[in-house]
Design a protein around this ligand. Structure first.
Ligand code: F0G
Length: 483
């Protein structure tokens, strides 16, 4: 049986400590605003009205265990209702001190390891889990590549080509494919699997286009929980499937699409008491907020003008938006970035609704080469709509051709990403061409997954030649004219 990094055996957790820690949390329906307790005997993923739920928290400010965050701010300076810029400096200092400490694995000191995780470094703003309950690889600490025409350093001409393609001067790409299992999903999964374990789950499950399943399989394996993943048959990149199987998950192959798999896994989890770990689970969203927080910290808390990301099930749009809105309220940043969610044109229900001022919503039959975002009925639709509205955001669509062209540019720059991630760059280029993103604005984009899992889509195939004889004359002959 696995141990978490603090050395506790799963199951030894103190339920009383968990209840106390979660007393300040509740779950609010994003449709009808009904409130539910954060912990119930049966995990709850939806409101009675069918709406999805959002975690609502009173943050415990680190300078006092006793004070609520609001009281802490009041102690610092008189704060207006919800906007508390005076406290920002204290938060920034705390997170910067944690980021400055080197990771020391050998000491087994849980707090140092938590500080090193790019999720739990921000733990007061993520979830109030007692450290011993946290299941972490650790995750995060992903690169932020400056690739714009102006902000790309000398000697990195290859990277600057990305800025050239996008047509913007100050562009940063944050590569979430550098997470332990190769996608941003690990950020949500460390929070979600910690919650599963802490609430005594006996098995976990998700539906997936491949990255969520690989991530869940890895974290479930770490704590020894059985893991079931519902995958749309024939629509998952080979590397993602191999990874999921290697980590020991049981694959339930559905003769249908992701939306069918999603519907079926939710039903199965409710019927069988298996813990559901799609982003329908509100605690996963809390972990994924750390993408936004880490990005802001890497920019020395100078908020960008834009954050651009691919949009499928819309969990990530919801999470990063929530992080920015929270960071602005807490005074961590001085202005709100605008969020641009980019959909594949063949899987664009959110885009269609946006062009209709969100007046109506209809699922689509999804079709795109970017299988990770081949989703026709996104679960986090309403959460993401709120984010677009509150950040003065925008939704755009890009064709498969545009995705592949952008992927080729990212790949040839030596960075690489999976097809869905390239929707980010395709979207930035399109929005810059349309004059919506201004050439001199500071733009950040998320690359959501690694190149390595999908070795079939958008990879150039060199003309095949017969293997060369193993002597230098034959090699010389082949290379003549090429070099
Ligand atoms: N990019 C990649 C690489 C993804 O794997 C996903 C989603 C997205 C973007 C879209 O993020 O759903 O939060 O809007 N993948 C899910 C999965 C659906 O099962 O791995 P989203």
């Amino acid at each position: 049986m696995g141990t978490n990094f603090a050395g506790l055996q799963p199951g030894q957790f103190d339920q009383e400590a968990l209840s106390q820690a979660f007393a300040a949390l509740s779950l609010r329906c994003v449709e009808c605003a009904a409130l539910y307790p954060a912990l119930e005997a049966q995990p709850r993923y939806r409101c009675d009205c069918g709406g999805v739920l959002d975690v609502e928290a009173i943050f415990q400010h680190p300078w006092s265990q006793e004070m609520s965050l609001q009281e802490g701010y009041n102690a610092l300076a008189s704060a207006e209702d919800d906007f508390m810029p005076q406290a920002g400096a204290a938060w920034r200092q705390l997170f910067d001190e944690r980021a400055a400490r080197p990771p020391i694995w050998s000491t087994g000191d849980g707090s140092l390891l938590l500080d090193y995780s790019g999720v739990w470094r921000y733990r007061e703003l993520i979830l109030p889990l007692p450290p011993s309950m946290i299941v972490s690889r650790p995750e995060g600490n992903t690169s932020l590549y400056p690739v714009g025409l102006e902000n790309c350093g000398d000697g990195r001409e290859g990277h600057r080509r990305i800025g050239q393609f996008a047509g913007v001067e100050r562009l940063y790409l944050k590569h979430e494919g550098e997470n332990p299992t190769g996608s941003f999903k690990d950020r949500g999964m460390t929070a979600g699997v910690s919650m599963a374990k802490a609430s005594g789950a006996r098995a976990v499950a998700c539906a997936s286009t491949g990255n969520t399943s690989a991530s869940l399989a890895s974290y479930a394996a770490q704590v020894g929980l059985p893991c079931f993943v519902f995958l749309p048959a024939g629509n998952v990149a080979a590397g993602k499937l191999a990874q999921t199987l290697a980590y020991g998950a049981t694959v339930i192959s559905i003769d249908g699409d992701f939306d069918d798999a999603m519907r079926l896994v939710e039903q199965a989890c409710n019927e069988l008491g298996v813990y559901l770990l799609n982003s329908l689970n509100p605690y996963r969203i809390e972990g994924q907020k750390a993408i936004g927080l880490e990005l802001l910290q890497q920019l020395d808390w100078q908020a960008p003008d834009w954050l651009v990301l691919p949009a499928g099930n819309l969990g990530n749009t919801s999470a990063i938006g929530k992080a920015f809105l929270g960071a602005y309220r807490l005074g961590l940043i001085g202005h709100l970035p605008r969020i641009a969610a980019i959909q594949a044109a063949g899987a664009n229900p959110f885009y269609r609704s946006y062009t209709n001022a969100f007046a109506s919503r209809a699922p689509v039959q999804a079709q795109t080469i970017a299988t990770a975002i081949k989703i026709g009925d996104p679960v986090s639709f309403t959460r993401a709509r709120h984010v677009i509205e509150q950040t003065n955001g925008i939704v755009e669509e890009v064709s498969d051709e545009e995705i592949l062209a952008a992927k080729a540019v990212i790949d040839r720059a030596g960075i690489g990403c999976e097809p869905a991630s390239a929707a980010t760059l395709a979207g930035i280029r399109k929005l810059a061409q349309r004059g919506i993103i201004k050439r001199d604005e500071r733009v950040t984009g998320i690359l959501t997954g690694t190149l390595l899992k999908d070795s079939a889509t958008g990879i150039p195939r060199q003309p095949q030649h017969a293997p060369v004889a193993a002597n230098s004359n034959a090699v010389r002959k082949l290379l003549q004219g090429l070099v």
